[in-house]
Design a binder for this molecule. Structure first.
Ligand SMILES: [Zn+2]
Length: 121
């Protein structure tokens, strides 16, 4: 079976040829190897062409804050309606416990993948 581009690149990175490369050249090879590990070269070319032909669109949304106080921050995605990852913890005081829940507002919705740049669809 013929080797893939990724396998050839990994071979180069592990060979003596690599000893003559600068650190930046090695990083460039590693970056390309990582990239085609996610998505093969042919597919990347198709995606790049589709993007160039304006056949790709980025789903955009925003985090909508439902509730915000010292103890909690609740939000949902304006596209899928689901809540982001939340950090939950308890704070113990003198005979009482206060539960905190804080939404972690990431750049992309972990549920639907929308880019959270404030523009709603
Ligand atoms: Zn979403």
């Amino acid at each position: 079976m013929e080797k893939t581009y990724k396998e050839y690149l990994e071979e180069i990175l592990c060979s003596k040829v690599c000893d003559d490369l600068t650190e930046s050249q090695k990083q460039a090879l590693e970056a390309v190897t990582e990239l085609i590990g996610f998505c093969d070269y042919e597919r990347l070319c198709e995606l790049a062409k589709a993007d160039k032909d304006k056949r790709c669109s980025v789903m955009r949304a925003t985090w909508v804050i439902d509730k915000e106080s010292k103890h909690e921050k609740i939000a949902h995605c304006s596209h899928c309606g689901k809540r982001p990852v939340e950090k939950k913890y308890a704070v113990r005081g003198n005979g009482y416990v206060i539960y905190h829940c804080h939404a972690i507002l990431t750049d992309f919705c972990p549920n639907c993948g929308a880019k959270m740049d404030g523009e709603t669809k």
